[in-house]
Write a protein that binds this ligand. Structure first.
Ligand code: SF4
Length: 366
């Protein structure tokens, strides 16, 4: 059970002051969780270069010179949760609440498709009345005819519901635990269905049991001690990889970005820390997928091509109705990389990599 993995992680985290040289284990095929923790903690610049080189080799060995591109589409910003860090929180009384109807969804999808994108992530807030399961199902059904990958980032569903979605074309589920620290989690999620830490923790397992082929785990960096969150998330991903060996598992760890609320993050995450986290994930879990969102700035994103990441979101809008219409709702968070899909494709090619639009998971595993 994942709780046992997290308990074990807590024990290892208590030993975090112990030091040993990373060169002793960096080139091993399989590192121990304790060695992973040492990687995450190491703040020596020379070691960071070394980790970058090792990450590059591993990424090329497992993924080739390819970057998958995907785009998020916000279907709705209705939400009954009060997550302190989110612009869609119910506390944000000034936000105009919107949900796209089928015709509008189709229009948005066509616009995204016209950019060349073939992998779509459908998002909603957490509101089972305004955006019930049937609404999510209809979004998936519309998208599956146009895109080779259709993933959702919605509220936690039941295994049976994931099964129905998978039978209707859903390939992936993204679900952020946000923070693995239960105490901090409880504080930041004062009400609403998302408050249930354990139900959320088992989302990926329910999705995979329901037949979804790919899941993404995530933490939002800045909410809690980042070492604890990244360490536990990577171990969670490893646990899922062992339990579901045929599934595609991704880890994602965006930094907190302003979201039109007064929330201030508790931990500042520097670029160097971000690099270390990405390299550590790559070195510890050789074949894990690592997406990088447009929350990061363009310079930082470009520099990481080839060094651990496998996917990039492109041309993202974080409000409802942002692609084919004028903006008419607030953003869930602010984007840093505002470039078009075309511009991102150009950069990837210039660096000697191939932008990939089709996610082959659907065809290969189905
Ligand atoms: S993070 Fe999700 S559940 Fe929480 S307020 Fe934002 S949209 Fe709602």
């Amino acid at each position: 059970m994942i709780e046992e993995v997290l308990k074990e992680a807590d024990k290892i985290l208590k030993e975090r002051n112990q030091k040993t040289s990373i060169e002793n284990f960096l080139f091993k095929e399989k590192l121990s969780p304790y060695e992973l923790l040492i990687l995450l903690l190491d703040d020596n610049d020379e070691n960071l270069y070394l980790m970058a080189e090792v990450s590059k080799k591993i990424t090329e060995r497992y993924f080739g010179k390819v970057i998958n591109l995907f785009t998020p589409l916000y279907l709705s910003n209705y939400c009954t949760c009060g997550c302190s860090y989110c612009g869609f929180s119910m506390e944000n009384r000034n936000l105009k609440r919107i949900k796209l109807n089928e015709e509008e969804i189709l229009k948005e999808l066509k616009t995204i498709k016209s950019f060349g994108i073939d992998s779509i992530l459908l998002l909603t807030g957490c509101d089972m009345i305004n955006t019930p399961f049937e609404y999510i199902l209809s979004g998936v059904k519309i998208a599956k005819d146009m895109f080779s990958e259709v993933a959702v980032e919605v509220y936690s569903l039941k295994e049976e519901e994931y099964k129905i979605l998978a039978q209707n074309g859903l390939t992936g589920v993204t679900q952020y635990q946000e923070t693995y620290n239960k105490e901090v989690y409880d504080k930041l999620h004062p009400y609403g269905p998302k408050r249930d830490y354990y139900y959320r923790l088992y989302t990926q397992e329910r999705a995979l049991k329901g037949g979804v082929k790919e899941v993404t785990l995530g933490v939002l960096l800045g909410l809690n001690d980042p070492i604890e969150d990244v360490f536990k998330m990577i171990l969670h991903a490893e646990y899922l990889m062992k339990k579901f060996p045929n599934a595609e598992i991704n880890v994602s760890f965006p930094r907190f970005r302003p979201a039109g609320t007064n929330f201030k993050e508790s931990f500042k995450i520097t670029d160097k820390m971000m690099l270390r986290f990405i390299f550590s994930a790559r070195i510890y879990l050789k074949n894990v997928g690592i997406p990088l969102s447009t929350r990061e700035n363009s310079k930082f994103r470009d520099a990481l091509i080839g060094y651990g990441i496998t996917k990039m979101s492109a041309g993202s809008k974080t409000c409802v109705g942002g692609y084919s219409k004028e903006y008419y709702s607030g953003n869930q968070f602010e984007n840093e990389d505002k470039r078009s899909v075309e511009e991102i494709i150009e950069v990837i090619k210039r660096k000697g990599y191939r932008p990939e639009f089709t996610n082959w998971v659907k065809g290969v595993v189905a």
